[in-house]
Design a protein around this ligand. Sequence first.
Ligand code: PHE
Length: 454
Amino acid sequence: MAKFDFSKRDSFGTKFGVIAAAAGSAVGLGNIWRFPYVAGENGGGAFLLVYLLFIIAIGIPVMLSEFTIGRSAQRNVFGSFKRLAPGTYWYLIGLLGVVAAFIILSFYSTVASWTLEYIYKAAADSFSGKTAQELTHMFVGFKSATFRPIIWQIVFMGLTAWIVLSGVKRGIEKYAKILMPVLLLLILVLDIRAVTLDDAGKGLEFLFQPNFAKLNTSSVLAALGQAFFSLSIGMGTLITYGSYINKRENLASTAISVSAADTIIAILAGVAIFPAVFAFGIEPEAGPDLIFRTLPAIFQKLPGGYFFSLLFFILLGVAALTSSISVLEVVVAYFSEELGISRKPATIVAAIGITALGTLSTMSWGALDHISLFGNKIFDMLDFAASNILLPIGGLFIVIFLGWFFGRERIRKELSSEGLFKVNLLQVFMLIVKFLAPIAIALVFLNGIGLLNF
Ligand code: PHE
């Protein structure tokens, strides 16, 4: 097998390109599909507060740690640890990341397949004149069928593989720059419609008024898992992307911009969804179905609803695509740089493997819904294992690696781009990566899975 030629490694072109690509990874189904329903299941306002706290205290530092590791090593997630810590077992964190990537993309592509069906339905004007109940029927009927969702899933994985194949930067960087701002604009339009619905207050109250009685240890773990999932951290996506960032970019400001964009879009998605949830009599605990039932209902009430719903689902699909590309890239970069498989077969093999696991996740809404563990179907198991277990564990070891192994001076060198920037608050960052973040992640995690009880 041919060895990878590291002198030919790709990189991002511009500063805005870096932010758009990293934000393209972060902003996706996690913000628009997952955030509202997880917040809904966990009581709303108090969940949001805990979530925000985790973004600031843990999410941003983990993201910055990943960028630092990746850019310093200039390698895929596995190779980064091997290069920075030769002769140790740290590369196992890299392997964990590759496994997490497999699992995440398998269930992510299930939801992406729903999005593609909804683009099709929107184009065929299938929502108009339907009541909230009829829209629910329509969704449930579709997702529990076998062939249709799987076909869409194959289409989606094919698209993802195709972009990764044809070189990430030219594709993603270019499209992300245009599509991300359009997505933001469209969500704002939905927000305006949502907050002017009758009874919008109830929805906003649900999202913004903290009711701590509804918070328990598993919802705190859910908030941590959501923060990791939404920021694309804990599995080396941003180590991989970080390795493509130019040595002269300011990593700290990049991490802050990307996290801010991600968080704002999640909140705006919540503002679009919850008023509609209450106005149309849907339960906020409706789970993964939530947006597919509420959004078509809001579109009905919008002048130009046909146009907006079509545009919205297209953009949602694109947001999903720019995220799924970043997940597949983790596996492909590993296959090609470490195993010497060239990019094309590496991409094809990875995509086929992920799709195979993914069909089980898709069928768990229909033909396979009897298979469950602790009351969770395959889809939920994969999501829980990745988001609430693998990502926090990955994040935990990433900050421990940076704080305790990589060390302060190498961090200063990387964050200052070898003296180009002044590094503010290094002291605070060190405190967070050495103590605060590891302790917080460990406590929330052990508590959430029930190994520790407060
Ligand atoms: N952050 C992406 C989203 O919100 C999902 C993702 C998770 C991407 C983990 C990469 C790694 O949709």
